[in-house]
Write a new protein. Structure first.
Length: 150
């Protein structure tokens, strides 16, 4: 693997260990030229999953988009990055375990809404305000009433 610091094409693995419930391998590497260390991850390649967007276009599933949305919603909230990663992993696992090759973005959004609800109420409302595209205060209040009734 190429060194990200000096672009040397040969690096050595100095440590390997399983991560994410043995679904990936974390490798610590060292560059023989510059001596810097870095981490790489090895995962099993999965079947491409397409997301059907609201406008009916399709794009490849990208879990980092879920993570980015969750991190924005949880900004300055008592939710750790580890909790966000665990939620993203749970959602990703559920999506891939469904066996579907295409999934509507609305279904992914509902999975995120269900998961973030258990993490933090403020983060839930932040995410819901963007996901549900609240047009006025009434629709916002309706969502709050649904949240409080659960």
């Amino acid at each position: 693997m190429k060194c990200p610091y000096c672009n040397n094409p040969d690096t050595r693995v100095v440590d390997s260990r399983p991560v994410d419930d043995n679904s990936a391998i974390r490798r610590r590497r060292v560059c023989d030229v510059c001596g810097k260390r870095f981490t790489s991850y090895e995962r099993v390649e999965t079947i491409p999953l397409m997301v059907i967007k609201k406008d009916k276009t399709r794009e490849l599933f990208d879990a980092s988009k879920i993570e980015a949305g969750l991190l924005r919603a949880c900004h300055k909230r008592p939710v750790s990055v580890k909790q966000v990663h665990e939620l993203v992993d749970r959602i990703e696992t559920e999506i891939y375990n469904s066996g579907d090759r295409e999934i509507p973005s609305t279904r992914i959004g509902e999975m995120v809404m269900a998961g973030i609800k258990d993490l933090d109420a403020v983060a839930y409302v932040r995410f819901a305000s963007v996901y549900r595209e609240f047009k006025d205060v009434e629709t916002f209040m309706d969502e709050l009433k649904l949240f409080l009734s659960d």
